[in-house]
Design a protein around this ligand. Sequence first.
Ligand SMILES: NC(=O)c1ccc[n+]([C@@H]2O[C@H](COP(=O)([O-])OP(=O)(O)OC[C@H]3O[C@@H](n4cnc5c(N)ncnc54)[C@H](OP(=O)(O)O)[C@@H]3O)[C@@H](O)[C@H]2O)c1
Length: 326
Amino acid sequence: MKEQLALRHHEFGKADAVLRLESLPRPEPGAGEVGVRLLAATINPSDYGRMDGRYGLLPELPAVAGREGVGVIESLGAGVEGVECGQRVRFTDAGAWREQCCLPVESLLVVPEGVPTDQAAMAFINPPTSYCLLRQFVDLKAGDWIVQNAGNSAVGLAVIQMAKALGIHTVSAVRRAELIEPLKVLGADQVVLEGSGWERGVPDLTKGKGLRLALNSVGGTSAIAQLKALEEGATQVTFGGMTGEAVRFPTRYLIFNDLRLLGFWWDAYCRTAERGAVEAIMAAVFEMQANGSLCLPIAGKYSFSEYKEALAHHQSPRLGKILLTP
Ligand SMILES: NC(=O)c1ccc[n+]([C@@H]2O[C@H](COP(=O)([O-])OP(=O)(O)OC[C@H]3O[C@@H](n4cnc5c(N)ncnc54)[C@H](OP(=O)(O)O)[C@@H]3O)[C@@H](O)[C@H]2O)c1
């Protein structure tokens, strides 16, 4: 039987402790399926949540890790029509850190020509989240200002680039001064340092305009600083909790400033959105990737056998995603 390499865990725990490089049977496409070879997969914070058992939706064990990647169709099962070998598609989200998978033809998300393969590998979770965060909570107009933390994250960088294309201005908070210039080069209007008291200088940052929307993927004191900075009636959307700290409930800002605190989860959106909505968002993401207005940096590429180095790089200060390329 043909084999393939995969990164798999048999229990929940810290990635470094539970992840193993294993040889698994290579699947052959059945009727109505296509066989897909991985080109590149992404490492995301949610992969760690799924491995250590903290994520909102957990896999059955043993589980191949990873949720995002792009592959190329290499074989067609009986009765498959409408796609051909050589086309690039989203790789399986149920364990993307493997070399081969089979997918039902009706589930395929085809990557249009013109989208660079590395960008396509990072297209399916963070950019559509950024798109939804900018479009679905506040009716933003060109000239409006928003604030976000983790400005150097993939979501943060996609927010910066998409907002720029929409004429919306961004204040992005980061933890390291060396990120300020690179983020400005990528299109950020203002980049501030966490813990610097930036929230007291909003009129200077925004030339007198208020902040209508805050995007929070950090939590803790970073989220509180955002709430202090927002204008009356503004909205904070929480979609991540990188610090892992408990969030203090900001009673006085809710009452006296009439703030709205909301949450967002792309996975849930994909399950509940109206027919065609996810496809329309992905089409918008692919178009921006193809025309270059959305281009996320890559900090490193590693083969499956170098996965320990890849995880270590992912957990160290960086600007850009880590890709696994078999
Ligand atoms: N709800 C959803 O649907 C959804 C979808 C996509 C992503 N997310 C969430 O969005 C966040 C960003 O994801 P991503 O893939 O864009 O991230 P990423 O590119 O891997 O970057 C990670 C970011 O988190 C920051 N960070 C790491 N540890 C931190 C800590 N202890 N305190 C403060 N900041 C910390 C990093 O800053 P440094 O460089 O300073 O370490 C960096 O800005 C994650 O929380 C992820 O789970 C949520």
